[in-house]
Design a protein around this ligand. Structure first.
Ligand code: DLL
Length: 433
């Protein structure tokens, strides 16, 4: 079943022509009408006329998350303010957020992308879909919500948390499909067991659309074999809109809609383009966004383009499961966290020596936990346990304000943490994906 067969199954030659036409239009517009992009292109010595084939995309400059941060809030917007109908916000590297804006057409494109994706995994009118991604500034909840409504599913906008209530509703409302992070689904499975709910017998839940964090084929096997739920991978980032692409029923890589995006894989060190099949860093050009287009956005996720045709008949490019990132961003319970955000918060606190800290990430059951160890300043030390507990709580709540996740704080003695000669290695990630 296809949602938009002519686009999803367009012959390769035709798709390339369409991509070239869209790219040409995009570059012309941005060069002529947007100060940020025209400056960037001029700095690289590229003019719109230099783009005379699809391969010439490699002449265009890359964009990075830092471009969004430096142009916060909306200097990169290309639509009039009155045409922007929505904002989403995600974390930046220094605690300063990055803002993404959408026109009505942008929301429709995003929704169309998810309608194709959900249809490709067999979700439609007969489904009741529980959306257990965060609603609000994060793109997961609202993105999936609009996509699921578009294909005619009944949406249960559950959001995150209140797991027992979510499970009760899942049973009562005959939920057949869920969208959430893989770790949250596994956690739900554990809570269900404690509540005496057998997901196979007591619910109709049979499909899950899982992403926003890295996960593995062995996790897929566990969810499918032990929980009895077909598990599909969903991928996206806020900068390109949000969740947009899934694997199809074949489960052999995520389909990226070629009429909406141009996908490249580059060597993370040299920035050189790599061939299909070679592992590298994902770069995307968003062809159809009005409020905030993206040219050659370095997403920093590591993957490869799959060369073989997919048995589902879709001709759109496919990428392998994301294997990691080329930068230091951590994803904890679906939330992006940069170690630099931790540092930024700690360095401002007089009680601790925030330059010396370590981050430990663990997985307990299905959920991620983050612990920050930080060296105290001798003058802040007190032998009263209550004072120390209060200080830990204070640091933890300051970190939560910046990171949006709960953090356990461990106070250690001055000079107790390692010092680094070369590149500091402050993160110990003990999770197994
Ligand atoms: O996580 C959008 C999303 C929401 C995707 C719901 C899927 C489902 P950001 O918060 O901007 O957006 O984080 C994007 O999350 O660059 C990857 O590193 C990681 N990520 C997202 N999906 C996957 C996945 C949303 N399926 C960052 N596998 C991306 C591995 C993923 N990593």
């Amino acid at each position: 079943m296809y949602w938009n067969q002519s686009m999803e199954c367009m012959p390769e030659g035709e798709l390339k022509k369409l991509q070239y036409k869209s790219l040409k239009e995009l570059v012309n517009n941005l060069y002529s009408f947007n100060a940020f992009y025209s400056q960037k292109m001029k700095a690289e010595g590229v003019r719109p006329d230099d783009i005379s084939s699809l391969n010439d995309i490699t002449k265009l400059p890359f964009m990075n998350k830092s471009d969004l941060r430096d142009n916060y809030p909306n200097k990169m917007f290309t639509a009039r303010k009155r045409d922007v109908v929505r904002y989403h916000v995600s974390s930046g590297t220094t605690g300063k957020p990055t803002l993404v804006g959408y026109t009505q057409n942008d929301i429709e494109f995003w929704t169309e992308s998810l309608a194709r994706a959900l249809t490709s995994v067999g979700i439609g009118k007969d489904d009741v879909m529980q959306v257990s991604y965060g609603y609000g500034l994060f793109t997961g909840g609202l993105g999936l919500h609009y996509g699921a409504e578009k294909v005619g599913a009944t949406v249960l906008p559950a959001g995150t948390g209140s797991t027992e209530r979510q499970l009760e509703l899942m049973v009562d409302l005959d939920v057949t499909a869920i969208a959430c992070t893989p770790s949250y689904l596994v956690h739900m499975g554990d809570v269900a067991k404690k509540m005496g709910i057998d997901l196979r017998k007591d619910t109709k839940l049979r499909k899950a659309v899982l992403g926003a964090e890295p996960w593995s084929e062995s996790m897929r096997r566990y969810i499918e074999d032990d929980m009895g739920i077909q598990a599909y991978d969903i991928y996206g980032t806020s900068e390109i809109s949000g969740p947009m692409f899934t694997d199809c029923a074949e489960k052999k890589g995520v389909h990226i809609w070629g009429d909406m995006m141009i996908v490249e894989i580059i060597d993370p060190e040299s920035g050189e383009s790599l061939e299909p099949g070679q592992d590298g860093e994902l770069v995307m050009t968003v062809l159809k966004k009005e409020a905030m287009p993206m040219i050659r956005y370095r997403i920093k996720d590591l993957t490869a383009i799959i060369e073989e045709e997919c048995a589902c008949g879709r001709t759109s490019p496919r990428i392998k499961r994301i294997t990691g990132r080329s930068d230091d961003m951590l994803i904890i319970r679906g939330i992006n966290v940069f170690p630099s955000q931790v540092e930024h918060t700690l360095v401002q606190m007089p009680e601790v020596d925030g330059k010396h800290y370590m981050i430990i990430v663990d997985r307990v059951g299905a959920l991620d936990f983050m612990t920050v160890q930080v060296e105290m300043r001798p003058e802040a030390f007190s032998d009263k346990v209550d004072d120390m507990i209060r200080l830990k709580k204070h640091i933890s709540s300051e970190l939560k304000k910046y990171l949006n996740i709960a953090v356990e704080v461990e106070l250690v003695a001055p000079e107790a943490l390692p010092r680094f000669m070369g590149k500091a290695k402050r993160v110990t990630d003990r999770r197994k994906f």
